[in-house]
Design a binder for this molecule. Structure first.
Ligand SMILES: [Zn+2]
Length: 393
């Protein structure tokens, strides 16, 4: 049995009474010193409109300069105050703040706003290299995850699946931040919508797994995850450039995602699109096959014969090329094919299973596995069998 629902019920009770640190209005995480990014904090480069970012604050705030001096302070800030740069001077509304870098720091547990969204942590204002200001949200990894998880997995998947997702997302973010130094706020890293996106259950999943990451040979791994593996995962080296050796390099069987809406799908692709994907001149399709021809399974390559010519590309590239820029119902949703491909009236018909790149945690599989009683540690062991679950000190 899983202890999840029991713990959840107890947590919910005290949360309603307003007395536990797991509630959404928990005391704010203590900010790091000006200019410092301690371990366990990440920088997220927020998107800005062309006419400059707009900032706001719901309580007191301060601006600190690079020398560690307070250069401005206020009680509140209208949510649409324009941040602009004139030469070396940054202005917030009518107020000149000075030169970059600067830090806008909430006081007394307030929240800062960028555009329509509120963010935990602080905001760093940096030179964007194009004469403007880049707004960076410096936030603890735990607070960051509270704004990420609801966009990656709905609450209805349940606490244990959410906890597995929290560990995967924490690992992925820290591995990426270690490599590049900062994160995107969107699918290029993970979708991060800040404080307004938070839910109680997702925050609880983050809190109950605080600091826990997946490692291999002492390093945090980029723990890729996906919607639906369709019966079996893919190997990282078949999908991504330079994945870490020795981890995520074997396929994992999963039948727990059968309830996913994308467990089975059929797509009919235009013959010209198929020819272009493998570099052939447009011609009537004669045959399309996979190598090896394992069904259901993930083939290595797709072979196309058209106009008397033959060409083949890796299955991962084929999926990307026929899907990019096309509507969802015209995309190949995965590289896991359920049956031999068919050519019908000049079009390629593909029956497939699952949705996503295929590597790592299967989200619908995690939901199904949890419903059968698996806790998050067991879920993680299935999808990352060569990784260790450790707690960051
Ligand atoms: Zn699955």
């Amino acid at each position: 049995m899983t202890p999840g629902p029991l713990r959840l019920a107890a947590g919910l009770l005290v949360c309603v009474l307003g007395a536990v640190p797991s509630c959404a209005d928990t005391p704010p995480t203590r900010l790091p010193r000006v200019g410092e990014r301690p371990a366990g904090w990440v920088d997220v480069r927020l998107a800005a409109p062309d006419d400059g970012p707009r900032l706001g604050a719901d309580r007191a705030w301060e601006v600190w300069d690079g020398d560690g001096e307070v250069v401005h302070a206020g009680d509140r800030l209208a949510w649409d105050t324009v941040l602009a740069r004139e030469g070396d001077v940054v202005r917030l509304g009518d107020v000149p703040l000075g030169g970059l870098p600067l830090e806008v720091r909430p006081v007394d547990g307030g929240t800062l706003r960028v555009g329509s969204r509120r963010y935990r942590g602080l905001l760093r204002l940096e030179d964007d290299g194009r004469g403007g200001v880049r707004v960076v949200n410096r936030v603890s990894i735990e607070d960051y995850l509270r704004g990420v998880l609801p966009g990656e997995m709905p609450d209805r998947f349940g606490l244990e699946a959410l906890k597995a997702q929290a560990v995967a997302a924490r690992s992925y973010a820290l591995a990426e931040a270690a490599q590049r130094g900062w994160l995107h706020p969107d699918v290029r890293s993970q979708v991060y919508k800040g404080r307004d996106a938070e839910t109680w259950l997702a925050s609880e999943a983050v809190r109950q797994t605080a600091g826990q990451v997946l490692t291999h040979e002492g390093r945090v791994i980029p723990a890729w995850f996906q919607s639906t593996c369709g019966g079996g995962t893919a190997r990282a080296q078949d999908v991504f450039l330079d994945p870490p050796d020795g981890v995520l390099d074997r396929r994992v069987v999963c039948a727990d995602c059968r309830d996913s809406p994308t467990w089975s799908w059929t797509r009919s692709l235009d013959g010209a699109v198929v020819c272009a994907a493998v570099g052939l001149p447009e011609a009537p399709l004669e045959e399309v096959r996979t190598e090896p021809g394992l069904y259901p399974g993930r083939p290595d390559r797709v072979v196309v014969v058209a106009g008397g010519l033959e060409a083949s590309v890796p299955a991962v590239d084929f999926r990307d090329r026929v899907s990019k820029g096309r509507p969802w119902d015209a995309q190949l949703l995965s590289t896991r094919w359920a049956a031999p491909p068919r050519v019908e009236e000049g079009r390629l018909v593909v029956e497939g299973h699952g949705w996503g790149h295929g590597v790592g945690l299967c989200q619908y599989g995690a939901r199904g596995f949890a419903r059968r009683g698996a806790g998050y540690r067991v879920i993680l062991r299935r999808y990352y069998p060569d990784a260790r679950l450790v707690e960051l000190s």
